[in-house]
Design a protein around this ligand. Structure first.
Ligand SMILES: NC(=O)c1ccc[n+]([C@@H]2O[C@H](COP(=O)([O-])OP(=O)(O)OC[C@H]3O[C@@H](n4cnc5c(N)ncnc54)[C@H](OP(=O)(O)O)[C@@H]3O)[C@@H](O)[C@H]2O)c1
Length: 420
């Protein structure tokens, strides 16, 4: 089947959910029907009709948005969608529960795919089961195209590209700082987070995946010099300030290492990458780092105990389907700073990347990141040596995604740090 035989450029699969709705809204606001043929996908025709009514009411360009109906538990319905679509852009999670048959359908149909997963245990399963078949089918399966892990992964790619162009050497070390941010978390995200702990309880392979910093590298390459996540407060060598562990490090660092591996180690086999939360200098910085680390440790410990996890889900977490309003996403923001250190012929160098947006990171900004990732794939606007496989944003799409995000108002800058 050629691409010309396919009806839809992009299906937003899960358009009735919190994240999927924001993605569909973003794409219909940004692109006209003659630029992008878009469909909204889900399991409930009634809920999809509500979504389409909203989309057309807020848009001058879109009189109608086609819908496609299927079910994540009905593989034949997913095959039909994958065969008729260039890119399936999915927000149907938890991906450990719902994601695998859709990936399989996309690989079978040679259809590109992108998602929002941060479930590293599931990504590892997909790598092991489908990478080779996706390579053979020229299907780009690009995971983690939201706040997990676009800023960290593209930020690292930009730092490394700048280092190669300017200093003719890679950054041997990259540190990713969650510098600033405000936003909220949906019931669907918390359900997916809970799924990660369920998997760690039940499945030794999932536990191993969470313990090994290289678990998303190709089989046979799952070891190296990088010790993995920072687990306690530490004085930072690059900034002489205190840092705490980052809640997203377990995902983002592994994705960045997978990018390096898939691109055939342009940043070297000794490359190290750490993501942290900077907390400032002096006593205040040290105390804040301790508080952040303690809070994260307490939450992780609570989530690791089955009955406590069940109680949090039952009484504390919002239900799947609940999440921030549009106004709340517009009030949020985030900034990530990436510092890369390397050694040029004439001495050490530092590269700095800023990656941020004036939107809630998990929804408003994520809708743009995933929507533009899907658009890059649908239009062939990618800078990647890889035509297929189980890929990362940096290895499967690359710089065009950063350019598109800059065009829609993201801060994306790279250079040498200023002295002040
Ligand atoms: N990486 C990031 O930055 C980031 C940010 C946001 C979200 N996420 C992830 O994105 C995922 C979705 O989050 P969310 O808050 O949007 O969740 P949500 O509101 O619960 O939405 C889930 C979607 O999946 C659909 N769905 C559930 N079961 C289905 C089935 N059997 N067949 C077809 N569709 C089905 C739901 O349809 P109904 O409406 O019919 O129930 C809904 O459209 C989560 O895994 C979350 O962790 C990641």
């Amino acid at each position: 089947m050629t691409d010309a035989d396919r009806t839809h450029d992009i299906v937003v699969w899960g358009a009735t959910g919190v994240a999927g709705r924001f993605v569909a809204e973003y794409l219909t606001e940004r692109y006209a029907p003659d630029e992008l043929s878009l469909a909204a996908g889900g399991r409930s025709p009634e809920r999809l009709d509500d979504v389409v009514s909203d989309l057309t009411a807020r848009s001058d360009a879109w009189d109608d948005v086609p819908v496609v109906v299927g079910d994540a538990t009905d593989p034949e319905s997913l095959r039909a969608i994958a065969r008729d679509t260039r890119v399936v852009c999915t927000t149907v999670g938890p991906y450990t529960t719902y994601g695998t048959p859709l990936v399989e359908a996309c690989v079978e149909a040679g259809t590109d795919y992108c998602d929002l997963t941060g479930e590293v245990n599931w990504v590892r399963e997909i790598v092991d089961r489908y990478h080779e078949a996706a390579v053979d089918a020229d299907a780009r399966i690009v995971h983690s195209c939201g706040f997990d892990s676009v800023p960290a992964d593209l930020g690292t790619l930009l730092a490394q590209s700048f280092a190669a162009e300017t200093f003719d050497a890679p950054c041997q070390t990259v540190r990713i700082y969650l510098e600033d941010g405000s936003g909220s978390v949906s019931g669907g995200t918390l359900a997916s987070f809970g799924e990660l702990f369920d998997a760690a309880d039940a499945d030794p392979l999932a536990r191993q995946t969470l313990q090994n910093p290289y678990s998303l590298a190709p089989p046979g390459e799952r070891s190296g010099v990088d010790p993995g996540e920072q687990r306690r407060p530490r004085k930072d060598s690059l900034r002489s300030a205190w840092t705490a562990p980052s809640p997203m490090a377990a995902v983002n660092e592994r994705v960045v290492r997978r990018s390096n591996a898939l691109l055939e180690y342009p940043w070297g086999r000794e490359f190290r990458c750490t993501e942290v939360v900077p907390t400032g200098d002096g006593l205040t910085g040290a105390v804040t780092a301790g508080l952040v680390a303690g809070g994260l440790g307490a939450f992780t410990a609570a989530m690791s105990v089955g009955p406590l996890r069940s109680a949090l889900r039952e009484y504390v977490f919002p239900d799947p389907g609940e999440g921030p309003t549009r106004a709340e996403t517009e009030a949020g923001h985030f900034l990530i700073r990436v510092l890369g250190r390397g050694m040029a012929a004439d001495g050490p160098f530092t590269v700095e990347v800023e990656f941020g947006a004036d939107r809630d990171p998990g929804y408003g900004a994520t809708a743009r990141m995933l929507g533009e990732a899907a658009t890059c794939l649908a239009t062939g606007d990618v800078d990647s040596p890889l035509d297929g496989g189980v890929l990362t944003p940096a290895s499967g799409i690359g710089r065009p995604l950063a350019d598109r995000l800059r065009d829609v108002g993201f801060t994306v800058s790279v250079g040498e740090p200023s002295d002040d």
